[in-house]
Structures are given as C-alpha cells and as structure tokens.
Design a protein around this ligand. Structure first.
Ligand code: FE2
Length: 239
C-alpha cells in the first residue's frame, strides 16, 4: 500500500512532534502493509516556500537515515498539503510542493465556512499553472456538506478526490462517513489516505481500520484507491 497523505514528518507542522514519533509511525505503517509514504506537511501562506522545502527535505533525509538503521524498508517521498488561500497563489513556483515532483498537488480548503466561489478560483488558478489538484478529504468540509453541487463543479475540473480512511469508518461523523463511502463507491474519489498525525488517534495502523470498513467498500475498490491509483500519482500518470 501507499499512503499519499499524512503528517508523519517530525517537527514541521501539527503532526509528529519529534523524530521518534515519526519513526514509530513509519514502523506502524510498514507493519500494516505500507511500502511507500508521501509525507505531506501542511503548507500555508505564512510559510516561506524555500525555507519550508529546505526544512522538509532535510527532515526527510534524516528520517530515511534512521529508517535504514532501524531496518524499516519504507520508501519516503516528498509532498505537501497546500492550505488554499489568496496568499498562497502569490507564493511563486509551487513545483517543489507537488507530490514526488509530479503534476499532482495535494490541497485543502478551510474546514469551516468560507466563500466557495473563491475556493473554485483557487482551484482554477492551480489548474492554469499546470497542476492537477488532489482535494484532501472532500467529505470533511462544511461548505461541501452545505452544497453538494460543489462536488460536480470540482469533478468538472478533473479534481482528484482523496478521502480519509477514518472518515470511511465514521470517525469524522456520520455525514462525512456517508459522503466518503458514496464518493468511493461511485468512483468519484480515487484515493484513500491516512491523514495520520499521531500514534493514537489519526494513526497509520490501517489494518485496524480495514476491519471496520463498511461492506460497500469491496476489496477491488479498496486496492485501487490505496495502491493502484497512488502509484499512478507518484509516477505522474493519469488516473
Ligand atoms: Fe492533512
């Protein structure tokens, strides 16, 4: 399996606070069947892009080194989770934030109320710049719950949807669960990620989650969203 969205990288956002936690989260991931993870620390308009990328890449190298010493053969690739805003699109080239230097950019909207017209403009701007947006956890946004037609507007723009595995088992409420299952089963969401932040709540022990998946998520769909499609993203292929 491949995890395309997580906050495993230490001391860079609200995810793993230190290297030990990163290593433990990687160990959990490996023992649960992951062989590749793309680290996607939060990037917002208050970050300076070059500093962020330098810090991220330094920490990835450090993590890779410890994983080798600890004999955890998990491949670690680079990415980011872009918090969309007016400011972010003025930040210069975003290429270094894309997943494994591909065309794919993992991005998120504010979880609470905001002007979705602007949200769609941010998405259009990313597309204009040559990126294919991957929207993180569409099932979690208030503005999408309030107006489901936004889903169609995003699909019309070929935005890729990534749902969180904990949403599928109801950890983010029943609305998010219903929406995430629906998006996956109708083929609208092509990716499942952990969005792991820690060892306890939003973690990388996916086998525990798999046991609780609703019956509609069959094995074939699951493998496509957690292995086949993420591989295509990493390889910069169309899904
Ligand atoms: Fe995230």
């Amino acid at each position: 399996m491949i995890d395309i969205h997580n906050h495993i990288l230490f001391d860079i956002d609200d995810g793993a606070p230190d290297l030990d936690t990163s290593v433990d989260m990687c160990r959990d991931a490996f023992e649960n069947g992951y062989r590749t993870i793309v680290v996607t620390p939060h990037f917002a308009d208050y970050n300076h892009i070059d500093d962020f990328v330098d810090q991220r890449d330094y920490k990835i190298e450090k993590l890779r080194g410890i994983l080798q010493i600890e004999d955890i053969p998990l491949k670690v690739l680079s990415g980011a989770e872009l918090f969309l805003s007016d400011g972010i699109l003025n930040a210069g080239s975003l290429d270094d934030l894309a997943i494994n230097n591909s065309r794919y950019m993992l991005c998120e909207f504010p979880l609470g109320p905001f002007n979705m017209k602007r949200g769609l403009l941010w998405i259009d701007e990313l597309i204009e710049r040559g990126y294919t947006p991957i929207l993180a956890h569409p099932e979690r946004y208030f503005e999408i719950h309030r107006n489901l037609s936004v889903i169609d507007e995003l699909l019309d723009r070929d935005v890729v949807f990534q749902v969180n595995i904990d949403s599928l088992i109801g950890k983010n409420g029943s609305t998010a669960q219903q929406l995430s299952v629906d998006l996956i089963c109708r083929g609208f969401a092509g990716l499942i990620g952990t969005d792991a932040h820690d060892l306890k709540y939003r973690h990388t022990r996916t086998k525990e989650r798999i046991r609780e998946l609703p019956y509609e998520i069959d094995h074939e769909i699951f493998v496509k969203c957690i292995k086949t499609n993420p591989q295509k993203i990493i390889d910069d292929e169309e899904i």
